[in-house]
Write a protein that binds this ligand. Sequence first.
Ligand code: DQA
Length: 144
Amino acid sequence: MTDTVFVLNGPNLNLLGTREPEIYGSDTLADIEAMLGGKARELGLEIDFRQTNHEGVLVDWLHEARSTGAKAVLLNAAAYTHTSVALLDAIKAIGVPVIEVHLSDPATREGFRHLSYVGMAAVDEVKGLGARGYAVALEKAAAL
Ligand code: DQA
């Protein structure tokens, strides 16, 4: 196992900063990556931080976490959280612990966000803390 934690971000998270800031805050994804890089140094971890709008790419990256011996994955699968059996199956398949992350708390939002396929296989979750939630999730990953 390596000291690398994959941080995988799904659809529309590239628009953070301007995307519904009243829900997701005003930090951009680059701001979150920079903040998390500092946290990773504190914790003696490396992060591999990525974003895609494509479901299959997230599946490929989960497989890559396995093949490269990643320590853990922080996964904000965004809308695919609520729809993707493929992500659920991938998380079950890889044998790398996955921590579910959301900026908002989907449980307090529309009913269709209450179901989480990611949560069915994730070892832990951090929701509703905004950008800070990524740092909290990295601390959880460090403790695994
Ligand atoms: C989100 C919550 C999801 O319901 C939504 O589809 C997103 C972002 C969050 O970080 O709060 O795109 O994952």
